[in-house]
Design a protein around this ligand. Structure first.
Ligand SMILES: Nc1ncnc2c1ncn2[C@@H]1O[C@H](COP(=O)(O)OP(=O)(O)OP(=O)(O)O)[C@@H](O)[C@H]1O
Length: 252
């Protein structure tokens, strides 16, 4: 049996007194893409953000449940959350480069970890930008502001920034929702090319994107996980009527 890289068990999350996730159980094999789909407000982003403790940054959120990453308890009191977020990186809906150069954006996490050697930084910046399939477009302008790039390029630089710290898991929260179709296509191709090297979990509203990109799909509704299966099975022959109704566009 394949070792699970990440397991989440009985995840309950509260915003104040309001329970937004009602006991989610989901495990992940190493590598491949899992899509989280479901109507607006079903808890996809809430669940995703719990995986690398992004809710710690917000008051009034209580997370219960069991989260194990390679045998380590993510919510153990002694977890170094900065180190955790290097291993479980995140890419957001809005491309969010920092207001400095392309090079400095990608080198950011490495420098925070104490890397000062210029040739190491140069090499990692180049490798990460290549992995994120944006190197050819920016290699002559690495010292230009990342904010001067197009949205699609900014998003691939954000992916490069996440990859630079050598994460094992990448969380992607609607990474193409703010992009034009050509840029979305490029970002999708980038993710496809990374599927054999990373474990990726992507929230998407696009059924066509979920079916194109993912190996496995999980359907959320009203804070519950309704069904999870191979993407093929989910789209061709889901077990639950609610899943069928959602993917055929009857609601959401
Ligand atoms: N910061 C917050 N404070 C209070 N309630 C929140 C907060 N963020 C989300 N919620 C609530 O938690 C529930 C789940 O929201 P969440 O954003 O996780 O859903 P989602 O499936 O990702 O939706 P969408 O597809 O629209 O992004 C919703 O009822 C939402 O109102």
């Amino acid at each position: 049996m394949t070792e699970k890289i990440l397991t989440t068990e009985n995840v309950r999350l509260y915003y104040g007194d309001n329970e937004a996730l009602h006991g989610i159980n989901l495990d992940y094999d190493q590598y491949g893409i899992t899509a989280l789909i479901g109507p607006s407000g079903s808890g996809k982003s809430t669940y995703l953000r719990a995986l690398n403790r992004m809710h710690d940054l917000q008051d009034n959120v209580t997370v219960n449940g069991n989260f194990m990453f390679k045998g380590r308890d993510i919510y153990a009191p002694d977890t170094d959350t900065v180190a955790l977020r290097k291993e479980i990186g995140m890419v957001f809906q809005q491309p969010n480069p920092f207001p400095f150069s392309i090079y400095d954006n990608v080198a950011f996490g490495l420098r925070i970890s104490g890397e000062k050697n210029k040739s190491v930084l140069d090499e990692k910046v180049e490798t990460s930008l290549k992995q994120a399939a944006v190197w050819d477009e920016v290699k002559d302008d690495l010292h230009k502001s990342a904010l001067s790039l197009s949205g699609g390029q900014q998003q691939r630089v954000s992916i490069a920034r996440a990859l630079a710290t050598a994460p094992e898991i990448l969380l992607l929260d609607e990474p193409t929702a703010a992009l034009d179709p050509v840029s979305s296509h490029k970002v999708e191709n980038t993710l496809m090319a990374l599927r054999d090297q990373y474990t990726m979990i992507i929230v998407t509203h696009s059924m066509s994107q979920a079916s194109r990109l993912s190996d496995r799909t999980a359907f959320f509704m009203s804070g519950d996980l309704i069904e999870v299966d191979s993407t093929k099975q989910m789209f061709l022959n889901p077990t639950e009527q609610k899943t069928q109704d959602y993917i055929s566009g009857r609601f959401g």
